[in-house]
Design a protein around this ligand. Structure first.
Ligand SMILES: [Zn+2]
Length: 85
């Protein structure tokens, strides 16, 4: 079970990501589907519930563990952020 993420921390992550999916850049406003916060390093692997380990993802990307999403997950973790316009 995922641990609780404080609302203020969730808001920070959403602001950082520009309210878009960090992988496909789908906007919450466009899709109408709320984006979910995920751990870059899974909690099961010891990833902390901290701003630098949290990222915004749409449901599709969150459930999709193909190589594209995995690569972007690595880039984000390495300090690369997708361009926001
Ligand atoms: Zn997505």
């Amino acid at each position: 079970m995922a641990s609780y993420i404080p609302v203020t921390l969730q808001q920070q992550v959403r602001e950082d990501a520009g309210r878009r999916c960090g992988y496909c850049l789908g906007s919450e406003m466009v899709t109408g589907i709320p984006l979910e916060i995920e751990h870059l390093i899974p909690e099961s692997a010891g990833g902390p519930t901290a701003r630098e380990n949290l990222w915004l993802a749409c449901h599709r990307c969150k459930m999709n563990n193909d190589y594209v999403v995995e690569a972007r997950r690595f880039w984000v973790f390495a300090g690369w952020h997708p361009p926001l316009e």
